[in-house]
Write a protein that binds this ligand. Structure first.
Ligand code: NDP
Length: 240
């Protein structure tokens, strides 16, 4: 039996593609998101689906412990759940900044803390966090989103150094623009339009969520001694 894979944000986009890819190879999985019905509809074998908000550490942890009781300890967690609420900082509602920082940063740290001590003890395991190309370089109207994704990059680098003596891998992936539900949550319609126009104008529309999922799975399936510390992946036509 393969080891347990935990995926947050598996109800759409990268997370859903990850769930499908890992299922093809028979991994037992715990899928987490708020829209549990979307994950259950996948009907994947050896899979537990739980309605969890990653900012609620208690329910996040109890879902992981329940899955571990059934499938054994977590060997991989993919802290993928995230939101992107683009906005001009001078006018954006601070509630949007808080939501991004809570989900994108606190949610990731919750996931890490829930599994890292067992991984240290077992001297084995992998943590993969979703940053973004907006965690590597700045983009207009991305101030708070960049803050959250540079945050993920920074905290992952720190923890990577702390876990490396225990043979635990800690990686982060920084995708460019990929069509998913992500942009749809931005409340400023002009920003959404501008973003879509830019993608179309440069032709950066061919990379898929499945390409990102396969890349993450590739990084995980490398030998434990091999750490792809940071992966930056974009559509070939993405110019920024
Ligand atoms: P989607 O919007 O398609 O998926 C986001 C997922 O996160 C959904 O499953 C959603 O589920 C879940 N989620 C959101 N908030 C919470 C929460 N509070 N608790 C639990 N789950 C939550 O976006 P993507 O697949 O594109 O994004 C996945 C990750 O990749 C994000 O971290 C994003 O920032 C990052 N990323 C995406 C890029 C892109 O261009 N698509 C580029 C770079 C990075 P539900 O609403 O059911 O809870």
């Amino acid at each position: 039996m393969k080891k347990l894979v935990v995926i947050t944000g598996a109800s759409s986009g990268f997370g859903m593609e990850l769930a499908k890819e890992f299922a093809k190879d028979g991994y037992p999985m715990l899928l987490l998101a708020r829209r549990v019905e979307k994950m259950e509809a996948l009907n994947l074998p050896n899979t537990m689906c739980k309605k969890v908000d990653v900012t609620d550490k208690e329910s996040f942890e109890s879902a992981v412990r329940e899955a571990e009781a059934q499938y054994g300890k977590t060997d991989l967690i993919i802290n993928n759940a995230g939101v992107m609420l683009l906005g001009d900082l001078s006018v954006q509602d601070p509630k949007e900044w808080k939501r991004m920082l809570d989900v994108n940063v606190m949610g990731v740290m919750n996931g890490m803390q829930i599994v890292m001590n067992d991984m240290k003890e077992r001297r084995f395991g992998t943590i993969i966090n979703l940053s973004s190309i907006a965690g590597v370089k700045p983009f207009a109207n991305h101030a708070a989103y960049c803050a959250s994704k540079y945050g993920v990059a920074g905290l992952t680098e720190v923890v990577r150094g702390e876990l490396s003596p225990y043979n635990v891998r800690t990686l982060y992936i920084c995708p460019g623009a990929v069509s998913t539900e992500l942009l749809g949550h931005t409340t400023d319609k002009n920003i959404i339009e501008g973003y879509e126009q830019w993608k179309e104008s440069v032709g950066a529309t061919n990379i898929t969520a499945n390409d990102v999922a396969k890349t993450i799975k590739y990084a995980y399936e490398l030998p434990q001694a091999v750490s792809l510390r940071q992966i930056v992946i974009t559509d070939t036509m993405q110019d920024a």
